[in-house]
Design a binder for this molecule. Structure first.
Ligand SMILES: [Zn+2]
Length: 654
């Protein structure tokens, strides 16, 4: 059936409609919690209704005093105009919001220095206060920095009025500052409760270099370069919106498609593309059901267009236990760019291993069908894809990271493209979009959700054969790593064993999709599948001697024999919590960040909390992480639990 659905859907998907919607959405300046975002949400809702799809807008408070479970809200922002003129030693407009919305650091507060020139003080690439032991006097001045502008908000505490930056995030092999010499980076302040606020402007690297020369020229004369500027903006208690569209099914259960609608004008690939693909998926499914070409939906399909992270947290906080109706999800984030230089494949990102489920096998099976573009010269069968694609292991960075958390429990994949040469810049414009790639994305979203909504035994067996293929590939990967000397034979065996257990648990997840009557039979099929996978692993990896089967972590786990539990159900990102913590808690947090920095948040640590469930001991969690990823920073993990407990986000329950 998968082959049939996907072919039907692919035929119905309209490239023209997809491209039109990207163009339409891209023209809104869609900053999270803003007048521009609301207008975009209104547009999408009306378009969906025009297509006969049930759609509404949900509003949540944009208010510094509000917290969505673990995620502090923030004020709404509106900006009418903003500019910055260099007035000494040369005269030139260096930033203009009306000409390009990315010229300002988003959420800048109002400022009027039209008649009062401000001195510019140059700082460097270092973004932390500690990087400037001899900080020049910045009081009442504007700082010109070369790192990511919003990371210098400590300058406001020191009395600076504003920030000018020309930062470009570099991706090795894809983009450097010189590749994007006339491009501006999207940047935004994320004001927390009671934070000291300011304003800022964004320059291209070329404009930045020219400004540097101007500053040096003025300094040679014993003076400071100066600017005048004006920011006509406001920051106030307002609202945050989600567009919520729905194709009803025959049961209470639902499948979720989500895409973030936010980001500045144009942000075409990130993420007008995901919005357009999600809307098209619903339209096509509806058309095929209405015409009788596809049977009606057993489960409903819901599309959420959200401000990234914020809208997802707000929604989960509102529905709470209601989230259990979702059987699985797909997050469309950057799904339509032309695959030329600097643009990566269309990628299905797998779940974190803490959430075992077969859904990635389903998406991989659908992707394979969507790749049928052109007939193969030998067989005449459509086997040649005219786009690049891949299935990748879990990584975070967007809403699927929140939804796939086992304590939220909605196994959600991501469909995306990486790298993206112009991601988060003024050059992510609609001309980067390829309707063909976009049509594949819409097809994959639609076929995946339809299959999940109407899953039957036949579909399950098809997905299971994909599962065998992906399992074999994974085992082969472990073998290659072992042969390359990446780990010992004990670790190899332990990993293989852990992966077999994980695959078996993933297959158990099929049971959720069947009735009590069907379950005994489905269980038999799952057992047969698991036996097949174990046999494959044994054949591929060869026999193990008993003494090779004893991997132990390099630390005595008895020391960590206590059970942490999270106090909230959503993943804590610690953004903007300072204003809600006590002075003492803030000290602890500062200490922790200084000591471990990114180490405590990135890579394996970003998945640590997924395993904290009030049942596993810290030692057990450490062992799982070490086994799955090779990460053995016991101290970082121990401190993480200590600090989270001190901040009230975890408690020790045994
Ligand atoms: Zn995005």
């Amino acid at each position: 059936m998968l082959e049939k659905y996907t072919a039907l859907i692919m035929e119905k998907v309209s490239k023209k409609r997809l491209l039109q919607n990207v163009n339409d959405v891209a023209r809104f300046h869609r900053i999270q919690a803003s007048t521009g975002f609301r207008a975009a949400a209104e547009f999408c809702k009306e378009k969906l209704k025009l297509w006969g799809i049930e759609a509404q807008i949900q509003s949540y408070p944009a208010d510094e005093e509000v917290i969505f479970d673990t995620y502090p809200s923030f004020f709404e922002w509106d900006c009418k105009q903003a500019w910055c003129d260099l007035v000494y030693p040369e005269k030139r407009r260096i930033a203009d919001f009306v000409g390009n919305n990315i010229s300002i650091i988003q959420k800048s507060i109002p400022a009027d220095y039209r008649d009062k020139p401000i001195d510019i003080v140059m700082l460097g690439k270092g973004t932390r206060r500690e990087d400037y032991p001899e900080l020049p006097d910045i009081k009442g001045k504007i700082v010109f920095v070369r790192g990511m502008g919003p990371q210098y908000t400590w300058c406001f505490e020191e009395g600076a009025l504003g920030i000018i930056h020309d930062y470009i995030a570099e991706t090795p092999g894809v983009r450097t500052r010189y590749d994007l010499f006339d491009t501006m980076t999207y940047s935004s302040f994320w004001w927390g409760r009671g934070s000291k606020k300011g304003f800022g402007f964004t320059l291209s690297p070329r404009e930045g270099d020219l400004l540097e020369a101007a500053c040096k020229k003025a300094a040679a004369e014993g003076k400071c370069a100066q600017v005048t500027c004006f920011v006509d903006s406001s920051l106030y208690k307002g609202s945050i919106e989600n567009v919520d569209a729905f194709l009803p099914g025959q049961t209470e259960e639902e499948v979720l498609i989500t895409a973030h609608l936010c980001h500045p004008r144009y942000s075409a690939n990130d993420n007008a593309s995901g919005v357009s693909a999600g809307m098209e998926a619903l339209k096509v499914i509806k058309e095929l059901i209405d015409s009788g070409e596809l049977p009606p939906l057993k489960r409903g399909i819901r599309l959420l267009l959200v401000p990234e992270f914020t809208g997802t947290y707000a929604y989960l906080d509102k529905i709470k236990e209601g989230r259990k109706k979702f059987m699985g999800g797909f997050n469309a984030d950057m799904v339509g760019a032309r695959q030329v230089e600097g643009y990566g494949p269309l990628t299905v990102t797998d779940l974190p291993m803490a959430t075992p489920s077969f859904v990635c096998d389903l998406a991989a099976a659908v992707l394979e069908e969507a790749r049928r573009d052109i007939a193969d010269m030998g067989t005449g069968e459509k086997l040649i894809p005219m786009f690049n694609s891949r299935v990748a292991p879990f990584s975070g960075g967007s809403d699927h990271q929140v939804l796939s958390d086992p304590s939220v429990g909605i196994p959600t994949l991501m469909l995306g493209q990486w790298p993206d040469k112009y991601y988060h810049t003024s050059d992510d414009t609609p001309d980067r979009i390829d309707p063909h790639v976009l049509s594949k994305s819409a097809t994959i979203l639609a076929a995946y959700s339809y299959a999940m909504a109407n899953m039957d035994e036949e579909d399950m067996l098809e997905v299971m054969s994909k599962g065998v293929e992906r399992f074999t590939e994974k085992v082969n990967g472990y073998i290659k790593q072992y042969k390359a000397g990446k780990f010992t034979r004990e670790v190899f065996y332990a990993r293989l064993k852990a992966y077999c257990d994980y695959a078996a648990q993933s297959n158990e997840d099929y049971l959720r999709f069947f009735t009590e009557e069907q379950k005994p039979h489905i269980k038999e099929l799952i057992e047969a599948q698991n036996a097949k996978l174990t046999a494959i692993a044994e054949v591929m990896a060869g026999p193990f001697k008993e003494e090779e089967k004893h991997w132990k972590p390099s630390v005595d786990m008895q020391k960590y024999n206590y059970i942490p539990r999270r106090t909230h159900f959503t993943q804590l990102q610690l953004r903007n919590w300072e204003g809600f913590l006590t002075k003492e808690q803030n000290e602890i947090l500062k200490d922790y960040n200084e000591k471990y920095g990114m180490k405590a948040m990135m890579g394996p640590m970003s998945q640590f909390d997924y395993y904290v469930n009030g049942v596993r001991t810290l030692g057990e969690i450490m062992e799982i992480i070490a086994l799955q990823t090779g990460y053995e920073e016991w101290e970082v993990m121990e401190q993480h639990v200590k600090v989270m407990t001190a901040l009230g986000f975890m408690e020790i329950v045994g």
